[in-house]
Design a protein around this ligand. Sequence first.
Ligand code: GTP
Length: 251
Amino acid sequence: MTMSAKPMTDKKIQPASQYKRIMLKMSGEVLMGENQYGLDPATVKRVADDIKAVVDLGVEVCVVVGAGNIYRGVAGAAEGMDRTTADYMGMLGIVINALALQNALEHIGVHTRVQSAIRMDSICEPYIRRKAFRHMQKGRVVIFAAGTGNPYFTTDTAAALRASEMNCDALFKGTKVDGVYTADPHKDKTATRFDRISYMDVLTKDLKVMDATAISLARENNIPIIIFSVREKGNLAQVVQAKGKYTIVTN
Ligand code: GTP
């Protein structure tokens, strides 16, 4: 049954204790802070602090990052390039972000492992599902790098895929806004935020939460997607505890 896309106010959302394991998806742009591209060390540190706060709640965490912050820097060079080549460049950008995040997390005492979908054994582990499970059971944050390892797939899809493989209880997507709105809240003052919305409504209304492949994967595997703002310090831990503002996408 398709749920109405009408904004709802019910807040019967799972308490934190029910999230045993979560996937965090962040765009690369988050890591550039106020810069135009690249990595802002203070922002990377702040994101690491936010992840640590969730680890400290006893929740197992795995992470997928994008590469928009690196890719922007090479966008000029990438113009006119084959899609596949450009996508592989993006995957390499993700590895840079993954290593930066790993470094920041380990500096604050969080144990991590980076696993790459494209083998680069001198730099990080290859993606091995059972090993990733073992790492998370030991309290390590696993950062999945290089997307799915295939061109034509977004990092959102990589996040939904890994969340499915890792039996995550939820996929948290950190964005610049605190949820899914009826219209762009920066352009339309009357836009309202959905507390809850169905996968089907996201797809049929083309609400641009994630691409259709990612939404379909999450839907098939019954993984709720929680859209929240990653800009405020400490917000991730709040949202993991069902506090604050966010939109949850479910069946
Ligand atoms: P457990 O023994 O299961 O607790 O896991 P572990 O990751 O500590 O054991 P392992 O011996 O596999 O790894 C030891 C260190 O080597 C860790 O820091 C891993 O991230 C790293 N490591 C393991 N495999 C690879 C690899 O293929 N490439 C790279 N670069 N590092 C690796």
